[in-house]
Write a protein that binds this ligand. Sequence first.
Ligand SMILES: [Zn+2]
Ligand SMILES: [Zn+2]
Length: 109
Amino acid sequence: MSAAFNSRGPRTVKPISREQARDLVNKMRGERAALDDYREKSLKLHGLICAKCGREFEQSNRTQLTVHHRDGNHNNNPANGSNWENLCTHCHDDEHSRGVLGDYLSNNR
Ligand SMILES: [Zn+2]
Ligand SMILES: [Zn+2]
């Protein structure tokens, strides 16, 4: 592991290089960020309040407030927030238990 060894020998071929590992981590971070993106926007747009029962939330318990997609398509994220509804976990459950979008929740928990 000495510098002399590194400068002399041919580059060791590893299963994954440091650069590749970094790219991978950055990519995963990016995808995570994209996932959380609409949530942050919706909470900012509509406020920390459940659109259904009116329960208010604070920074400390905001994780209990979830973003519901009105049309059920969580890839549909218009910037004006028209497809988002902030719902507490209880109301969100209730909304989905009506049978229309049941699989959405199971994919997002
Ligand atoms: Zn609620
Ligand atoms: Zn929903």
